[in-house]
Design a protein. Sequence first.
Length: 202
Amino acid sequence: MCCTFRCGPLPRATPRWWMKRRTGGAWEDLRQCNDATEDCFRDKLRMSPRVFQEIAEALSPLLQRRVTFYSEPLQPDQIVVYTLYRLVSGETYESSTCNFGIGKASSLVALRDVTTALLMVYRDKISWPAGVRKSVVLCAFTGKGFPNCHGCIDCTNIYINKPANAPSEDYYDRKRRFSIIVQVVVDLDLRVLDVFIGYPEG
């Protein structure tokens, strides 16, 4: 006790049970910079590293985290890649968090924050119901077991001949054909709310 007062307080160690050790998994695979990364991105995220980088850079200012005493914050690109993987794969929180070395609580916050950031940054890409129609659609989807659902969105590929003078990798899809993507949003009555055509699969 006397030694403690004379030498000052002992350095505080971070309690081990307050934070979960982060492992690599899919996140480390996607961070590698080689030819295999291109296939890995297309397999796990259905997009090229270039497209992912554009999205991550656009969302990054909205996803900055504070450094705390207990741990380093998750980086914006890790939060974005986790959320995109979760949305693409449809995996449960338990299985998807293990692949990215983050905890379940962090994954829930990441999904909410990235979705909010996507809607803010890319608000001109999707049209949703508004006013009375929005209330009707929300009630109907809730009755079918899908609360807070405004509509349904899906994408499909349209196969094309590669445009002249365009890089082939931009149009080469995961099924090894040249294609462009069509995104369609429909409402409760399957009325088309929005169609967007033209982005290459790559």
